[in-house]
Design a protein around this ligand. Sequence first.
Ligand code: R1P
Ligand code: URA
Length: 239
Amino acid sequence: MSTPHIEAQNGDYAETVLLPGDPLRAKYIAENFLTNVKQVNSVRNAFGYTGEYKGHRISVQGSGMGIPSMSIYINELVRFYGVKTIIRVGSCGGMAPGVKLRDVCLASGSSTDSAVVANSFAAGVHFAPLADFKLLDTAYHVAKNMGIEPKVGDIFAADRFYNDDIDMKKLADYGVIGTEMESAGLYLLAAKLHFRALSVLTVSDLLFGSQEKTTAAEREKTFNDMIKISLETAIAQAD
Ligand SMILES: O=P(O)(O)O[C@H]1O[C@H](CO)[C@@H](O)[C@H]1O
Ligand SMILES: O=c1cc[nH]c(=O)[nH]1
């Protein structure tokens, strides 16, 4: 079998998939955290791998940037490859006062300016895309046990990376802790297709204050706290 964007065969993906936006982050995770690794997708260089973490079968798949690209991979993984749990491992811009560069954020919910949420319901209905509570609770305690204090809250999933039309300070004032480009779409699809989802994010830059940023190489390779939290959460929820 194959799908328009995935060449993997039936059974090539594990039931739990880590989903970074960057396909090279998928490669890094597979090469550095998984054993018995097999590459299962290279269509469009959206690399996908399946291997083992502490004896548990796990896959990792690059999803590209933004809700439209990510939605293609999620639909194909869940509808055709039987995936049941998706943990996004992404980067985000920090927005809340206490959020620092390289902090790990857990998106308990996700606001968005993407039309995809509004378009899924009748006019006047404003669906609130939320994380799976068991995954969120597990990831929080896994992080705490690793000595990491994750920031938990609402993540603004922006349709455009470059956008000066949105009042980000107001969103921060309403408690939004960070911004990226996928979480609302992930949680919406989880509700629609009945799989479990969580976004675990590393702060790669700050919207207000310090201009210090992580490098592209760091975003590709060294978000190890986020990766370990996500893998430990994946195997804890599988038990
Ligand atoms: O690092 P990833 O997972 O790609 O996530 C963030 O980085 C990209 C923008 O640079 C967007 O996809 C955004 O959500
Ligand atoms: O989408 C993103 C990712 C990182 N930082 C941002 O400001 N936005």
